[in-house]
Design a protein around this ligand. Structure first.
Ligand SMILES: [Zn+2]
Length: 463
């Protein structure tokens, strides 16, 4: 490893913090388009500031219509590596910040501020890796390009715009996730199931509500039922799964059933308890004098409580590299016969969108459901035996002393769909930088270590 580069980075730690501080001070949350600023003024300001700083350091910069900025080490060499970061941030939220979110604050060795970890900190670490190489007088044989986008948090339209006009380098990594290397991201499907049934009699299920986000296991679900005696309501408790709780509140001839489950991210549903599927199981056992209870009984069979692998949906799939498919019935909205629900599926690389879709359609036809708002994204996978990945893993091991191995995840990163693209850093294993939450931070030590790791990776790939 190159000690001269490490020395340069250590000597410039204060300057790194200053640059990060300048970027964090710009609240680059997506806004309404304004003139030639597709994501509003603040993300564009963050981009201009970053490019101005990089240009002052002697790099060749280009602003691609305020979508993406590029920073090149050389303009007369073939580009071998792209490092992809973003300068937009998610909103600060309302509560829980100890320090002002847009004022970088060093406390107990940690740099607090929105974007410090996701993803302004890593972008600054890459910039100082480039600068250390340049200022140490090292001449690389190939060009490295830092790309900074401004719409990662809201669907990466920045990158789609850029890719429509510019080619990406053969190798791309993004320090916008975790170490060591993420080379597999499951495919993803979301959509809605709908149906209208005959309902509205004296003894009926009036409404069912639950879930707050399509990509989360719903924590709470409620049903309003009408025309049941206290004894009948007491009897339905027998159908409640043992590991979840339900409250019943009776008002006149109506009752409100509330199931309290446990929320979890849709990429790890087995860690949650689905309040909606538990509630459907319960109301499916009631005797109504319209179709409502029978309808919930029929769908509770395919959206089975306690099951996260989609087996009852007929979509169970698994492979060694990706793990198992996950299925989450995440939101429900039923009222007076009109049923609508949302779901989230993460599927392994042995499957594809069309095949999973066909299986879903087969199963829902048996209970008369229709599907709308269907969205599908194929899995993303890069061979772990490629020289590129082996190089990144060796750099990781050399710095941390830990075995460098590839990770498969259920979520998607900035490189999803970029051929050969992987995530590399910048969060370390076992660390929680409160990304997207209050008190987001990057430790000063890891901020500096990231710059050294990126410099070494660039040297080995472009050297
Ligand atoms: Zn990010």
């Amino acid at each position: 490893m190159n000690t001269k580069i490490h020395q340069y980075i250590d000597d410039h730690a204060n300057e790194m913090v200053d640059v990060l501080s300048t970027l964090v001070a710009i609240p680059s949350v997506k806004g309404e388009p304004e003139g030639d600023m597709p994501f509003g003024k603040e993300p564009a300001k963050a981009l201009w500031k970053m490019l101005e700083i990089c240009e002052n350091y002697g790099f060749t910069v280009k602003n691609h219509e305020n979508y993406v900025g590029t920073i090149d080490m050389y303009t007369d060499k073939e580009t071998q590596l792209g490092v992809l970061c973003h300068l937009d941030v998610v909103p600060e939220g309302t509560t829980g910040w100890v320090n002002p979110p847009y004022q970088l604050t060093l406390s107990d060795g940690k740099l607090y501020g929105r974007g410090s970890s996701d993803d302004k900190g890593p972008a600054v670490a890459v910039l100082f890796a480039l600068r250390a190489i340049k200022e140490s007088g090292i001449e690389l044989s190939k060009n490295v390009r830092l790309l900074v986008g401004t719409d990662e948090e809201c669907g990466s339209s920045d990158l789609r715009y850029y890719r429509a006009k510019e080619a990406l380098p053969p190798y791309v990594f993004t320090p916008d996730a975790t170490y060591p290397v993420i080379n597999l991201e499951k495919g993803r499907i979301s959509g809605k199931f709908i149906k209208t049934i005959a309902a509205g009699s004296e003894k009926t299920i009036v409404s069912v509500k639950g879930g707050v986000a399509v990509n989360a296991v719903p924590e709470k679900a409620t049903a309003v039922v009408k025309g049941f005696t206290a004894d009948e309501l007491d009897a339905v408790k027998a159908a409640l799964p043992e590991d979840i709780t339900m409250d019943i509140e009776i008002t006149g001839d109506t009752a409100m059933l509330t199931v309290n489950g446990k929320a979890a991210h849709a990429s790890a549903p087995q860690t949650g308890k689905n309040s909606v599927t538990a509630l459907m199981k319960v109301i499916g056992t009631m005797q109504t004098d319209d179709e409502s209870a029978a309808f919930f009984a029929s769908i509770a069979k395919i959206f089975a409580y306690g099951e996260s692998n989609g087996e009852s949906m007929g979509i169970k799939a698994q492979d060694e590299k990706s793990g198992a498919l996950t299925f989450v019935f995440s939101m429900i909205d039923y009222e007076n016969g009109a049923f609508s629900s949302a779901f989230d599926i993460r599927f392994p690389i042995c499957e594809c969108v069309a095949s999973v879709r066909a299986k879903i359609e087969n199963t829902i036809a048996t209970v008369g459901l229709d599907m709308t708002d269907f969205k599908g994204v194929e899995p993303h996978y890069v061979d772990e035996n490629s020289d590129f990945i082996k190089t990144l893993l060796s750099v990781y091991t050399d710095f941390t002393g830990e075995e460098g191995k590839c990770l498969a995840i259920g979520g998607g990163t900035y490189v999803h769909g970029i051929e050969g693209g992987v995530a590399f850093g910048a969060e370390f294993i076992g660390e929680d930088n409160h990304v997207h939450g209050a008190n987001e931070y990057i430790s000063l030590e890891k901020f500096i270590l990231n710059a050294k790791i990126f410099a070494e990776a660039i040297l080995r790939i472009c050297g």
